[in-house]
Design a binder for this molecule. Structure first.
Ligand SMILES: *Cc1c(COP(=O)(O)O)cnc(C)c1O
Ligand SMILES: [Zn+2]
Length: 405
């Protein structure tokens, strides 16, 4: 059995059993999983962890699952020392957490692996999700592995790379004539009619927990310490909050010192409701209509936005937005210094990092982690301008005359 105890409302504290649940009945607040950390402490140690699988499931004791996991090979992705990029930006201790290297090319596999495991535990025969693209691929892949039926809902304006990434696993692929926020609203309505496991609705508390492993891995891979700064993207804001929770759990378990990490939210200027709320010192999120190439984080009404703002504030971090143009430059900078081809969301993170350094918010010696959450090859259409090839005949002479070496 896991150490998960209950679901608890983040706002009013009302507790519920570990069941499929989207929000609090009393106050409509968001729901989190709570744990018996005292009991967990007795089993989890650095030595025990070293003997665990080299995947996100090495942190099974910190996750709310009771059965064998649905795992397609997710997690324990590289934390790469980014010396070239660091030199470019003026940082001596920069690391990139490369979550492009998950089975469906984004961190979503962490969240979905836990949520689909719970879907089986709860006895659902069908899983579904509202997606900006990456979640659809991950849910379809895990449903294939778990022999579950799946319905994945995406906005109809996504690029073909993301469509193929989901369709290849043969889900029921539903394109919705509207924005992600419309897709999400449709799925909330459908979740009241169909007894399915909606990954980011009634399974959301469990989905959220999977993302914590990003925080766990960062702490472990830094040699059991929390970084000074984390820069991570936010769409709904959920993953950002879970990196924080993951790091703090390591401290609760005594594996690292108390966490002093400054947490920085990054968003695209064309979809930055969380950054706006932070800048206006507002507790409430004003929804926006997204317009950005960073489709994975193009969420105008972020369900965990308020919580993300709170963590950015309380940790002494911040919330920053960059233009699509800056994001494109960020993608190239990361690819051309560290050999990592990220999707636009990663470009946003790198561009925000650059701004933070220029503004003096991050100092040259700060131990800094940029979280790169999704890979570029599925959205290559936005990078078409990088191709400058030289056509030669298949002869040495032709090559020699084409290049001035
Ligand atoms: C979904 C996604 C995000 C945003 O995650 P949230 O939890 O919604 O904030 C960031 N990056 C990538 C690549 C994603 O697919
Ligand atoms: Zn409540």
């Amino acid at each position: 059995m896991s150490y998960a105890k209950a679901l608890r409302c983040r706002k009013c504290g009302q507790e519920y059993p570990l069941e499929p649940r989207n929000m609090c009945d009393v106050c409509l607040g968001r729901i989190d999983v709570t744990y018996d950390y005292e009991a967990m402490k007795k089993t989890v140690s650095k030595d025990n962890l070293c003997a665990q699988p080299v995947s996100m499931w090495r942190y099974r004791d910190l996750l709310p699952v009771d059965s064998k996991e649905v795992d397609i090979g997710t997690g324990y992705t590289p934390l790469t020392k980014a010396d070239n990029l660091g030199k470019e930006l003026g940082l001596k201790n920069l690391y990139v957490k490369n979550d492009c290297l998950n089975p469906t090319y984004s961190f979503k596999d962490r969240a979905v692996s836990v949520a689909v495991t719970k879907a089986l535990e709860f006895g659902f025969d069908t899983v579904a999700c509202a997606s900006t693209g990456n979640l659809a691929a991950s849910v379809a892949a895990h449903a294939a592995k778990a022999n579950l039926k799946s319905y994945v809902f995406i906005p109809s304006n996504l690029g073909s790379g993301k469509m193929v990434g989901a369709a290849i696993h043969k889900p029921n692929l539903v394109t919705v004539n509207g924005s992600y926020d419309d897709v999400n609203r449709l799925c909330i309505n459908l979740s009241q009619k169909y007894n399915w496991g909606f990954i980011n609705i009634n399974l959301r508390p469990y989905y959220a927990e999977g993302s914590k492993t990003l925080g766990h891995e960062i702490g472990e891979q830094l040699g059991w310490q929390a970084p000074d700064c984390v820069i991570a993207p936010a769409g709904s804001g959920l993953m950002f909050t879970r990196i924080w929770k993951g790091l703090n759990e390591l401290a609760i378990l005594g594996l690292i010192d108390p966490v002093k990490t400054r947490m920085y939210v990054s968003q695209a200027a064309g979809s930055s409701p969380i950054v706006n709320a932070y800048n206006n010192d507002s507790k409430h999120i004003n929804p926006v209509t997204p317009d950005t190439i960073a489709k994975s984080i193009a969420i105008g009404n972020p369900s965990d936005g308020e919580y993300a703002v709170k963590i950015a504030k309380e940790s002494g971090g911040g919330a920053w937005a960059v233009s699509d143009k800056e994001a494109l430059t960020g993608i190239k900078l990361l690819a051309q210094t560290e050999g990592i081809f990220a999707e636009a969301t990663g470009g946003v993170v790198i561009a925000v990092l650059k701004k933070l350094v220029a503004a003096g918010k991050i100092k040259p010696d700060d131990l800094t982690v940029a979280v790169i959450t999704g890979a570029g090859p599925r959205t290559q259409d936005i990078m078409a301008d990088v191709v400058h090839a030289t056509l030669v005949e298949p002869t040495v002479e032709s090559f020699d005359s084409a290049f001035d070496k």
